[in-house]
Design a protein around this ligand. Structure first.
Ligand SMILES: NC(=O)c1ccc[n+]([C@@H]2O[C@H](COP(=O)([O-])OP(=O)(O)OC[C@H]3O[C@@H](n4cnc5c(N)ncnc54)[C@H](O)[C@@H]3O)[C@@H](O)[C@H]2O)c1
Length: 385
């Protein structure tokens, strides 16, 4: 059976890293007894500028619903007048449909973001690339609620005020949506089993701003209720502002973390610094029947077209997709493909010779295409062993 994959390259470096993901999948098919039927669908700001009315072709929603999995590059493109990203007539950013639209329509309620520093990664901290965090101290997973909060689409411009004076975004937090991501966090801590790097304790940390916000109080009360069902797992809560300094100062304390949509968006970009930056960080959008995999970074227009973006987040996303599909279809070959992709990236990182600018600085950087080829070579050697 060929797995039906929809590939959404998007804009800017999204298109470039998606091309590398496609080459990775072609290699997986050549090396292992698995096959993919890959349909590429253009989308995003550049598509909207060319076609005028939609940010992806008609029928794309249905194709994403039918597919076994969706793989996304990144969307978002500057508008020609320089006033921000290309925006559609409905007020949404062009690229909304494949990202936020897919998350809502396919009920991809959890955004699972692994933050793990691969051996040898040197993070860029105040201008230098250095190993600030000891090996083995960064190994946590964030679960970001993915369907509501400030992204629920409730808001607008208040017409009784002059244009450009007042805008609102209403934050929606529900028990049902909170409950399912919180439960997933406890289940994941059990599955991981090894606990936090510092003490081996299985720990779920819930991050909110419950000292001020009603939605956060609801989220934390649901956390308390669900947590009572997991007596073997330590329950930990944090207020989001203070949490930011603990995350950077003591990452070894964390095992699984759960939070609301907007806080999760911001915190995981910050957390990516612990693993080498956004070029290394993966977002798995998962629901009960669908999933979409993407690097957490955007389209980085200023790096576009220069063959210099880090392809690792996208290639690791491809690996996560194989692992998820393999588990879902009980396909050991696909699960092996997922593990080998992660190992292949690890081999190239640890060798330290062929890395993009974000990991080694401009002077020592290799082009994206060369880094991707090195990962494919590593995959081939591992698969042939
Ligand atoms: N899911 C998505 O598709 C998604 C996510 C975030 C932002 N966006 C969109 O992307 C556009 C650009 O946003 P932005 O500049 O704020 O964020 P961005 O993630 O595109 O880039 C921010 C910076 O991070 C670094 N970076 C990101 N990815 C990298 C990679 N693979 N390799 C090396 N360095 C990398 C670069 O220094 C870049 O300038 C906007 O239109 C935004 O809306 C889309």
């Amino acid at each position: 059976m060929a797995y039906d994959i929809v590939l959404l390259p998007g804009d800017g470096i999204g298109i470039e890293v998606a091309h590398e993901a496609k080459q990775m999948l072609d290699l997986v098919q050549a090396e292992l007894p698995v096959s993919f039927d890959i349909q590429e669908i253009p989308c995003g700001g550049q598509f909207y500028l060319e076609h005028g009315s939609r940010d992806w072709p008609e029928g794309s929603e249905e194709r994403c619903s039918e597919a076994d999995a969706v793989l996304l590059g990144a969307v978002g493109w500057p508008s020609p007048d320089g006033a921000g990203p290309v925006t559609m007539t409905d007020g949404n950013m062009a690229g909304w449909s494949p990202v936020i639209g897919n998350r809502a329509r396919l009920d991809l309620y959890a955004n699972v973001r692994k933050v793990k520093k691969l051996p040898g990664v040197k993070a860029r901290i105040h201008g230098l690339h250095r190993s600030v965090w000891d090996e083995g101290t960064v190994d946590m997973v964030f679960i970001r609620e993915n369907t509501e909060d400030l992204y629920a689409g409730v808001g607008g411009i208040l017409p009784k005020f002059r244009p450009g004076e007042v805008a609102t975004d209403t934050r929606v937090i529900t028990r049902a949506a909170s409950e399912r991501v919180i439960r997933m966090a406890f289940e994941l801590s059990n599955q991981r089993g090894h606990g936090a790097p510092v003490d081996g304790v299985k720990r779920v940390t819930s991050i909110a701003k419950d000292n001020v916000l009603y939605g956060c109080r609801l989220f934390q009360s649901v956390f308390k209720e669900i947590g009572a069902e997991y007596p073997d797992i330590e329950k930990d809560t944090a207020i989001v502002d203070a949490f930011t300094q603990w995350l950077i100062g003591q990452p070894e304390y964390y095992d699984v973390l759960v939070t609301t949509n907007m806080f999760g968006d911001i915190l995981t970009d910050l957390a990516s610094v612990l693993q080498g930056g956004m070029g290394m960080a993966v977002g798995c959008n998962v629901g009960d029947s669908h999933a979409m995999f993407e690097p957490i970074h955007g389209s980085a227009p200023k790096h576009s077209g220069q063959d210099r973006a880090n392809p690792m987040a996208m290639i690791l996303s491809t690996g996560e997709m194989c692992t998820w599909l393999g588990a879902r279809h009980n396909d050991a070959h696909l699960q092996r493909a997922g593990a080998l992709i992660e190992q292949a990236v690890g081999v190239v990182v640890e060798a330290g010779e062929t890395l993009t600018y974000d990991l080694v600085g401009r002077q020592n950087a290799a082009p994206m295409s060369v880094v991707s080829a090195a990962i494919r070579d590593a995959f081939k050697s591992l698969a042939d062993q």
